[in-house]
Write a protein that binds this ligand. Structure first.
Ligand code: PDD
Length: 286
């Protein structure tokens, strides 16, 4: 049985409790982070901790923990759960006021709820999907306008994933005003020759922590990086495509809306970036 963390306590998962009045449950009034673990160490922890602070700040939620405590809790969960490879999920909500009310409760009387739990994924870095590549479909992006905040409002991304499954694909790329925003739970890229193209940062997409690292490694490896929007038609004609996220690292995309990219197998640039990202991240893991 897993040990989870709830509001200051480490508990067996069956004993962990959150109130039915919690605003995360009633209103999706909460933020989250996902940090991967490889070889018992945290990947890109500092980036995730910084983005968490930003998400909380944008929603006027005080942080229930400081960054030092946050690292300690993550490490303690790795130890207590013997986690070798997998993910740590962290959720912070605006807590559980006595009455349901649209107005935010006073944080002085309603403390935030903080929950962390682990998910084990042995062999996370050698996923078979990375060798085959994944298939994506395109769907309309009908999410709200602050996608830069990592909130727990994940209903549309879940629906998108189901639309992909129904169509025999693995994931969906969302499209707004004719241009790809991002994947249901990842950032989207295309490759033309030695050039990597990905949408520029704005409120339209999540500022991926993996994205920041991958673009840095790409530039260091003398690859060209172009941060601009692209359409699904441009993507279908690209040499390669891939996605990035904390749980998939760099994952090649081999088909978009039924159209195979290049030879229909993971491309050279995507594979190389995946290798570099995993190697460098393992070295820097804490
Ligand atoms: N998803 N875009 C969206 C909409 C995401 O949900 C995610 C992460 C990303 C990539 O961000 P990062 O590289 O920091 O993981 C982009 C996580 C993994 C999830 O919801 O499980």
């Amino acid at each position: 049985m897993r040990t989870v963390y709830v509001n200051g306590d480490y508990l067996p998962e069956t004993e962990a409790r959150v109130s039915i009045f919690d605003r995360g449950f009633l209103m999706a009034d909460g933020v989250y982070e996902v940090t991967s673990v490889l070889g018992g160490k945290l990947i890109d922890f500092e980036g995730h901790a910084k983005r968490l602070q930003r998400s909380l700040g944008e929603l006027d939620m005080p942080s229930p923990v400081d960054p030092g405590e946050l690292l300690e809790i993550h490490r303690e969960l790795v130890t207590r759960n013997d986690l070798e490879d997998g993910m740590i999920y962290l959720q912070i909500t605006r807590g559980a006021p006595e009455d349901r009310d649209f107005a935010f409760p006073d944080p002085a009387t309603t403390p935030a709820t903080i929950v962390l739990f682990t998910q084990s994924k042995p062999g996370l870095a050698d996923s078979p999907a990375a060798k085959k590549g994944i298939k994506v479909i395109s769907i309309e992006d009908i999410r709200w306008g602050r996608r830069d905040i990592k909130t727990v409002q994940l209903l549309y991304p879940s629906m998108g994933k189901m639309m992909a499954k129904k169509a025999g694909a693995d994931d969906a790329w969302m499209v707004e005003d004719g241009m790809v925003t991002e994947g249901t739970s990842n950032n989207a890229y295309i490759v033309k020759g030695n050039r990597i193209i990905t949408r520029a940062l704005s409120n339209d997409i999540l500022h991926g922590i993996t994205r920041a690292a991958v673009l840095r490694f790409a530039r260091e490896a003398q690859m060209e990086v172009e941060e601009r929007s692209f359409s699904i038609d441009e993507a279908k004609q690209a040499d390669e495509a891939f996605i990035t996220s904390a749980s998939t690292f760099v994952m090649p995309v081999v088909e978009i809306d039924g159209v195979a990219l290049g030879d229909g197998v993971p491309g050279r640039v995507s594979q190389r970036l995946r290798e570099i990202y995993i190697d460098e991240s393992r070295k820097a893991a804490v």
